[in-house]
Design a protein around this ligand. Structure first.
Ligand code: ZN
Length: 258
């Protein structure tokens, strides 16, 4: 399985920066988990191939690139862009984003080939297929209802936490997953911002360490994602101090084979 986190920010030289403002994870150039920067940073091949987008939740940093992605493709789509989301997320998108004021309601529009958007509703906790992948949606602990995902292509399985604070269901699901080859887990804030992490339902390095203890003794690569850009250096250095041997910060833009 090929996994890539798309860059979302450029540095002063116009190059992709390691700072991550928006989140989009692409699997096998074909399925996107979240669409924070999907329209802005995907490759031409990804733009041509990705028709399934799986949302963890509807916070803007996870959906900002979704309207533009559909807009870009509007006239050329031969099949709809499928948005896999819970009923609550779909309601939020239709009410607050695709409401004709912020952006057109694409779900009511067609091109010459038919619908341009199709919602595929799932319930938190449900298992379902998306393209060539089997998905298990696992409720996590965030400020709004959110899901982590256990994703399998039949050979390898990965677990993606999405945005979360302390949780049990996700770690139980990781424990129950067969062929788990990699874990992608958030760590938004440095230890000094414990209070902010608490109210916004995110992790800090110290809290992440406690969470990882719930995973048992699996020795799989652990990749940290969703580090708030303003605190990146601080978080990276505090993660290094934890000295967890199989843990690394997931590099934006790099394609990992899992
Ligand atoms: Zn969030």
């Amino acid at each position: 399985m090929k996994v890539q986190l798309l860059p979302s920010t450029i540095d002063e030289n116009g190059k992709a920066s390691a700072r991550q403002h928006l989140l989009t994870m692409v699997i096998d150039d074909r399925v996107a988990i979240d669409a924070g920067c999907l329209a802005m940073s995907c490759s031409d091949q990804q733009r041509a191939n990705i028709r399934d987008i799986l949302l963890t939740h509807t916070h803007l940093d996870h959906i900002a690139g979704l309207p533009m992605f559909i807009d870009d493709l509007f006239a050329t789509l031969k099949e709809p862009v499928r948005i896999h989301a819970t009923a609550q997320m779909i309601e939020t998108l239709e009410r607050d984003i695709f409401n004709w004021s912020i952006y057109p309601r694409f779900s009511e529009l067609t091109n010459e080939n038919g619908a341009v958007v199709e919602y595929r509703e799932f319930t938190s906790g449900e298992r379902f297929d998306v393209a060539h992948l089997s998905i298990q949606a696992v409720p996590v602990n965030h400020k709004v209802a959110a899901n982590g995902y256990i994703v399998s292509d039949g050979n390898a399985t990965i677990a993606v936490s999405g945005d979360t604070a302390e949780t049990h269901e996700f770690w139980d699901a990781c424990d129950g997953a067969e062929n788990l080859k990699a874990l992608f887990v958030e760590c938004a804030f440095p230890d000094e911002l414990e209070g902010l992490a608490s109210v916004s339902h995110h992790l800090t390095p110290k809290r992440l360490k406690a969470e990882l203890a719930k995973l048992g003794s699996r020795e799989i690569p652990i990749y940290v994602i969703n580090i708030k850009p303003m605190y990146r250096e601080q978080v990276v250095s505090q993660l290094a101090e934890l000295a967890i041997p199989n843990m690394a910060v997931f590099e934006l833009g790099r394609v990992y084979e899992v």
